[in-house]
Design a protein around this ligand. Sequence first.
Ligand code: URA
Length: 195
Amino acid sequence: MSGRKEWEDLRLRTAERFGEESVFGEGPLDAGLAIVGEAPGREEVEKGRPFVGSAGRLLDRLLEDAGIDRREVYVTNIVKVRPTEKSGGRTRNRPPRAAEIREGLDVLREELGIVKPDVLALLGATPARALIKKSLTLGSDRGTIFHSTLGPPALATYHPAYLLRIKGTGEDYDRLWREVVEDLALARKRVGGRS
Ligand code: URA
């Protein structure tokens, strides 16, 4: 089976397994850099595409600052279904559970086995702990290239949703912005086996 056919087949199997509201990855299948987030949110489910809501728009700007064209990057999530809970009659996002992460990992392993990126940029602690090491902390480990359990080298950085959350709270938004841009640029430099 060609890479495209294998990818389409996996996409369909994922929709069958997790339902039509699941969100699969997207991007060129020969991308050197793959970005792995946590899980889709409301807008991602509506559009059926990863990182198209407010965190996605921030990701686009971070990539641009790092000199990376999103169209050349494969973008996906470790969890394929939006994790939600009801609160006061409203549906809200919640952190994914361990079993949801494990199930998502089954798909991600196959997915990235088709794309075969040279390097992974992991957004936030959820994919970083699942794919690098459980004890990872972004404060001390961000921006360091590790071996990932999926094969390609990987670095972790802050999730754009975290930047959105701290904006205007007095925490160092500008410094964290620069750090994420720096980390994305470092990951991009590793494409093609360059160091
Ligand atoms: N946050 C994520 O981790 N992934 C998305 O696709 C959107 C928001």
